[in-house]
Write a protein that binds this ligand. Structure first.
Ligand code: SAM
Ligand code: SF4
Length: 328
């Protein structure tokens, strides 16, 4: 699939639920309304849409959410997608808050998952509780170390939050180095109503990178995961640190991905509202050819890029939906 700007679409992110057992302050309001079950695609429907994408050239699928591991029986989806590895699909991954990862790590590995991204913004139990509102750091750490023990490669995703965790990046980089994890820092994106003023949380990663350079030797790395992160080798730890900078540097020119929500809505861009609804196509009994036609038609509408802006006078989000709808 080639989009109107010549970009080859080989990566599908699938949000399998909008629900979550945490309420991270930058992601959700505390009092969220979730979707009724009837609107949610079954695991079989999700598998079928993924199969259609693989038939159209998608090589990598990431399962995300909400929190993907809180969806009941989600391992069935990992198993069915895992069985497609080597026959078109090259990589199956997951992004998780790790609260349930200790239970699932071995099964994920058995299903064919080799890498997991875990969101972790702090190593302080009190801060963790404040950022996630409902979370416990020890559960997340148990999940991370269970994944490591199961042989999964781990990348830690940390959202850079001004005045909240900005004094911890050195410690996080050292901790990741000690345990053999890569670290990826992310700028907050203005998505969905949250309970606070988002512009107050925004911290440009250009500032963070120069601060890290005072202590660490960062060499630009050629390493790419096919994602928007720019990586550096950290000489002192032998691991990598990545920066995802949607606000200060536009990463859209090399975008290779689209995002499917748990209701079957296909978003062609994380930072735009245009979407294609695949659920009516699926539920009208479309055959695989008709489903693939609907996907191709959507890819022809993929926009050039996002319009995120941080406007200090305007606290409104740039896109109305929360990050948990599309899973980042
Ligand atoms: N629940 C899983 C987790 O937290 O890893 C998967 C879904 S979560 C929406 C995916 C990623 O998006 C997480 O790393 C989270 O930190 C990030 N995220 C959520 N809201 C964000 C925002 N407004 N700006 C930047 N990143 C955000
Ligand atoms: Fe849940 Fe992930 Fe959003 Fe946190 S970032 S509230 S863990 S979906």
């Amino acid at each position: 699939m080639i989009d109107p700007f010549g970009r080859s679409i080989t990566y599908l992110r699938v949000s399998v639920t909008d629900r979550c057992d945490l309420r991270c302050v930058y992601c959700m309001a505390e009092d969220m309304t979730f979707l009724p079950k009837a609107q949610i695609l079954s695991l079989e429907e999700l598998d079928r849409v993924c199969g259609a994408f693989i038939g159209l050239g998608v090589r990598k699928i990431r399962i995300t959410g909400g929190e993907p591991l809180v969806r009941r029986d989600v391992m069935r989806l990992f198993e069915s997608l895992g069985s497609r590895l080597g026959t078109g699909l090259e990589e199956l991954t997951v992004t998780t808050n790790a609260s349930q990862l200790a239970r699932h790590a071995a099964a994920l590995r058995a299903a064919g998952v080799r890498r997991v991204n875990v969101s972790l913004d702090t190593l302080s139990p009190q801060r963790f509780a404040a950022i996630t509102r409902w979370g416990r750091l020890d559960k997340t750490l148990d999940g991370i170390f269970a994944a490591k023990a199961a042989g999964l490669a781990i990348k830690i995703n940390t959202v850079a939050l001004k005045g909240v965790n900005e004094d911890e990046f050195d410690a996080l980089l050292a901790w990741c180095g000690e345990h053999g994890f890569d670290l990826c820092l992310i700028e907050t994106m203005p998505m969905g109503d949250i309970d606070g003023d988002r512009t107050a949380q925004y911290l440009p990663l250009s500032v963070v990178r120069s601060r890290l350079r005072q202590r660490w030797t960062l060499e630009p790395s050629g390493f790419r995961t096919g994602g928007p992160a720019r990586y550096y080798d950290v000489a002192e730890t032998g691991r990598r640190v990545g920066f995802i900078t949607p606000m200060t540097h536009n990463f859209c020119e090399s975008c290779n991905r689209v995002r499917l929500t748990c209701t079957g809505t296909l978003y062609m861009c994380l930072g735009q509202d245009d979407a294609a609804d695949l659920r009516p196509v699926l539920r009208a009994g479309a055959d695989d050819a008709a489903l693939q036609d609907a996907i191709r038609a959507a890819i022809r509408r993929k926009p050039k890029g996002h319009d995120f802006i941080i406007d200090r006078r305007q606290a409104r989000p740039a896109v109305a939906r929360h990050m948990s709808v599309t899973g980042g």
